[in-house]
Design a protein around this ligand. Structure first.
Ligand SMILES: C[S@@+](CC[C@H](N)C(=O)[O-])C[C@H]1O[C@@H](n2cnc3c(N)ncnc32)[C@H](O)[C@@H]1O
Length: 308
């Protein structure tokens, strides 16, 4: 993705909660090829400082921009809002994926603040009732979900990611391969409880999640305790969470976090492709991300744990 800084409306005073459209109207005319808008802002108020990047995209510009307005209205009082806006020009093939993915029957889009009841999602349709449900969180192009779905026709896989152009690749491949036991959901993992019925999931796969190495981002790690709370809420008794990672930090953190939470690590390896490694199903699928990590010398680590 190429980012073009069109304007830097520095130190522009604006009231919090001002409609984002009004702020954007202050910008010079956009490049007609522009497809997304990113707003970065900093807020200063009585010593409080915060900053956040928001990216509107053909996926859901209003979702992100609304959220920016909500943050400005809800959490802070009158303040000065400094912002920079970038107009993003995306490669054509990425734009085409954004367009195509909207029409794929095996992709569902989360709706900001308006989730229907979990039982109304496609993975709970009657025809899938007897199938075990497996989730892949941060699935990217869904390589693990696709491979597992092909070899386990009695399980139903849901791959979840916030990037719909990546889901497009997996969803189109599922259709081309005639895989009916896999579906994709564009959503943020933080909202996962909104899409699945309590205790209805057999397995959850975390495939190469971001390790979030900075201290202030520990809460974003997918094995931090609020996420473990959510997984425990979704997993059936005896259900398992699997983590594959190339990050030593995330590997050790996850072992400690599960232990602190009161869960149980049932399998662990710091190099699943090593000679003396056990036979893990995690070894059988190698995503493009994994290939790249290994080519840079990283070993692939795996943990399986239970929470109930
Ligand atoms: C490093 S990639 C791994 C992709 C894939 N699992 C693989 O093995 O190749 C991490 C993925 O997690 C997704 N992701 C990161 N944070 C997320 C979040 N909070 N909600 C949904 N998806 C997220 C990213 O969009 C990205 O596709």
């Amino acid at each position: 993705m190429r980012w073009h800084l069109i304007t830097d409306a520095d130190r522009l005073a604006a009231l919090p909660g001002a409609p984002i459209a009004l702020l954007l109207a202050l910008l010079p005319p956009c490049d007609p090829g522009a497809s997304a808008i990113s707003v970065r802002y900093r807020i200063y108020e009585q010593g409080h400082y915060g900053s956040r990047a928001v990216c509107g995209s053909p996926d859901s510009p209003s979702e992100h921009l609304d959220r920016l307005t909500i943050v400005a209205e809800g959490k802070i009082g009158p303040c000065r809002l400094n912002f920079k806006v970038k107009i993003v020009t995306m490669p054509k093939n990425k734009l085409q994926k954004y367009e195509r993915v909207q029409h794929l029957p095996n992709v569902t889009f989360s709706v900001f603040d308006k989730s229907p009841p979990p039982s109304s999602y496609p993975w709970y349709e009657e025809r899938y009732e007897s199938m075990e449900k497996v989730l892949e969180l941060g699935c990217g192009k869904g390589e693990h979900s696709l491979a597992f779905a092909a070899s386990n026709p009695h399980q139903f896989y849901v791959g979840i990611d916030c990037k719909s152009h990546r889901l497009c690749v997996g969803a189109e491949k599922a259709i081309a391969d005639g895989l009916e036991n896999v579906h994709f959901l564009r959503a943020r993992i933080e909202r996962i409880r909104e899409f699945f019925v309590k205790y209805s999931i057999q397995e959850i796969w975390l495939t190469f999640p971001d390790p979030h190495p900075k201290k202030r981002a520990i809460k974003c790690r997918l094995s931090a305790s609020p996420f473990l709370d959510a997984y425990a809420n979704l997993l059936m008794p005896g259900g398992t969470v699997h983590l594959k990672t190339d990050s030593d930090l995330l590997y050790h953190y996850t072992c400690e976090s599960v232990d602190r939470w009161g869960g149980r690590v049932v399998a662990a390896s710091d190099n699943i492709h090593g000679n003396d490694s056990g036979s893990f199903s995690a070894r059988g699928v190698v995503s493009a991300y994994e290939v790249a990590a290994r080519s840079q010398g990283a070993s692939i680590k795996y943990i399986a744990f239970t929470l109930n």
